[in-house]
Write a protein that binds this ligand. Sequence first.
Ligand SMILES: Cc1cc2nc3c(=O)[nH]c(=O)nc-3n(C[C@H](O)[C@H](O)[C@H](O)COP(=O)(O)O)c2cc1C
Length: 353
Amino acid sequence: MPLPCTYDIQDTWEANCLRGPHFEGPCPMVPLTPLKSFMGFSVRSRIGISAGLLPNSRWVLPYAERGFDILTYKTVRSVPRPSYPWPNWVFVEETRLPDGVVVATQTPSSDPSQISSSVCFGMPSVAPEEWRRDIRATVSGLSTGQLLIVSVVGTPEAAPSITALADDYAQCAAWAVEAGAPVIEANLSCPNVCSAEGTLYQDPEATRILAQRLRRGIGKTPLLLKIGAFPSDEELRCFLRNVDGIAQGVTLLNGISRPIVRPDGRPVFGEKFKVAGLLGRAIHEPSVATVRAARRWVDADRLDLAVVAVGGVSSNQDFEDFFNSGADGVLCGSSPMYLPNLAIDAKRAHPEW
Ligand SMILES: Cc1cc2nc3c(=O)[nH]c(=O)nc-3n(C[C@H](O)[C@H](O)[C@H](O)COP(=O)(O)O)c2cc1C
């Protein structure tokens, strides 16, 4: 039997945005868990969904109903941008990091917790007028104990220098705050975007300019910075020191860049997109190691930064790995597409999460 998925990978991103998620069967009862604190907000759990699967209120609100309490509105831009050409999301065969090509497959593991996948969307966005209106509707549709984070990115084509790019990020963030976003996440990493906004986090000077301008644009609103893997722990430490006092936390990791090919060896996303973000089971171990390192540096250097974990969570054990490594919150990226009841299962077993 094919794997039931809420996102139809055979269709375009635009069609999926309009259609909303497809769930098999009614929503199971969500356990009513006690309130706890996340970045100063009162939440029913510190479990959520990272930037990606939830492009609008049609997606955010049904997943909120399924017990995910920290919901990230997929990265938006100051200008409309179409998605990269279809296909945008493929399952991949079992793989070992860090080297080598990864092969796409039509038949993912029959055990959904073992699935890895890869995406190549290019951070598409609808026009700001549309997402600003929709964020208002999203915030007002959430329940007590649920929190919306809005992810933003700058667009280099609209902003030729680093200061202009930082202002473009800040403009998006200010619009999101005006629409009611309680927390902003700036995406400084994207494994399939080759222009500046794809790897900003590895440039300390650019990161600082960006964080400062974002701070100016959003006043006191809490700011998270989404990052990818660093070549060394020491570089992660420098990053954290660099943004402490300006941002309130880091979200890590984004997908890990790998060449993704079809079984015949050709790039699955097309010749222009040979490398894309690897997600799911394959990146869980390195993500846990990075979160552990981030927590170590935050504590050792007495930094005032939340550590928000992402990477290959598809079971209660995976949540536990991150919480035991010192994560303040744990988000799922790809797995809620094929495991939409993950938060319910986690809350049943661990109401304290
Ligand atoms: C459909 C999809 C789209 C994504 N788009 C974005 C994005 O726009 N911005 C972003 O910061 N991360 C994006 N991501 C990356 C996720 O937030 C997350 O970092 C990544 O999927 C790793 O987590 P996972 O192993 O749980 O899937 C996307 C992921 C998916 C599945």
